[in-house]
Ligand binder design. Structure first.
Ligand code: F6R
Length: 349
């Protein structure tokens, strides 16, 4: 099947997810400017906890990866009800929920309030938006109308704004603008109009087609690998696996010795300037697993700063999962089983 037939997109992608993905650079640019309201400085915290689920936790993962290299304060992503025992009055809890109605995030917000933490809401509205307004919590209000996983720009850049208000600078001078410029320059290369011969995302989707995608990142690109997995699951409604080097060298690598390895497609998320030990490990993974896997692809991050690199890989993953959905004849927009489960949980409450 070809990915260069425009009628195929109109037929399968009925909610025009392709337009949302094409507008991702514009979303990021707008997200850079979304204000913390009321504008105020926050106390420099002992720890930052980003509480959210699914797409609303993804921005936290990318922010935490940037923090590892720059901050002397830990940034933890919490995906559960409540909060870890360590969280208290000296900590900053950023509750991130695109819809504002996610039960786990609301539970984290209530817990943070009860413990006297500084609480900031990042949401388009819902119950979290109402709670923030009622308690006059600092908040960043996001434009509504997207699927949360497609709102990565809105769910990432405001975290940087919130952290800056707490004197924590996650990205260096010009890094945020660089990240936006990098996805901007990628957009025309990855969209449906770009033919397969010169479209990396289409080529990746065709390469992994019919096989289980297994995506490995390095220590710095690992969060992007996890993001690829979740985008494949939600957009293409297909299983995917993700792991991180060097840890997978110590366990998961053995799973490639078993039967069925040829039914998997290995994707390695790379970046320039990997430390030599990591580059060597990737080379060995290629050598040892490449012959067992049904296929192998490498995707390289673009840009200089950590933010640009992570965002460029995440954007490539979004488009790749989109094309896998198209190949599978699945509309990438709706997530009916996820919604059904949320509805049933609400009914039982
Ligand atoms: C759906 C999606 C999900 C949601 C998650 C939490 O597009 O990406 O992973 O992000 O169910 O919902 P929100 O983001 O509204 O808090």
């Amino acid at each position: 099947m070809t990915l260069d037939d425009p009628t195929r997109f109109a037929h399968v992608d009925r909610r025009r997810t392709r337009d949302v993905l094409a507008a991702f650079p514009a979303q990021c640019r707008e997200a850079l400017r979304l204000p913390l309201e009321p504008a105020r400085t926050l106390d420099r915290p002992r720890a930052v906890i980003v509480a959210g689920m699914g797409g609303s936790a993804a921005g936290g993962d990318l922010a935490a990866a940037c923090a590892v290299e720059r901050l002397d304060v830990p940034v933890l992503v919490h995906r559960d009800y409540g909060l870890p025992a360590l969280v208290g009055a000296r900590d900053l809890v950023v509750v991130s929920s695109y819809s504002g109605d996610t039960a786990e995030a609301l539970s984290a917000a209530t817990t943070a309030i009860a413990r006297g933490s500084t609480v900031v809401a990042v949401t388009s509205g819902g119950q979290l938006g109402a709670l923030a307004a009622e308690r006059e919590m600092p908040r960043v209000t996001l434009p509504a109308g997207l699927m949360p996983r497609m709102a990565l720009g809105y769910l990432l850049f405001p975290l940087l704004t919130v952290l800056r208000a707490a004197s924590l600078v996650l990205a260096g001078d010009g890094d945020e603008e660089e990240a936006v410029a990098v996805v901007d320059s990628l957009a025309p290369d990855l969209g449906p109009e770009q033919p397969t011969a010169t479209n990396e995302a289409k080529r990746l989707a065709l390469a992994m087609r019919g096989r289980l995608p297994v995506i490995y990142g390095g220590p710095a690109t690992g969060p992007a690998a996890y993001r690829w997995k979740t985008d494949l699951e939600e957009n293409a409604k297909t299983f995917a696996a993700a792991g991180v080097l060097p840890e997978m060298n110590h366990n998961e690598i053995e799973a490639w010795a078993g039967p069925g390895a040829e039914a998997r497609h290995l994707v390695l998320l790379r970046e320039g300037e990997e430390r030599p030990e990591i580059a060597r490990r990737f080379a060995l993974v290629r050598e040892l697993l490449g012959t067992r896997a049904g296929g192998l692809s490498e995707a390289w991050a673009r840009g200089r700063g950590r933010l640009a690199r992570l965002l460029s890989l995440a954007y490539l993953g979004q488009w790749t999962s989109y094309y896998v959905a198209i190949l599978r004849g699945v509309d990438p927009w709706p997530v009916p089983t996820l919604d059904a489960l949320k509805g049933r949980m609400r009914d039982a409450a």
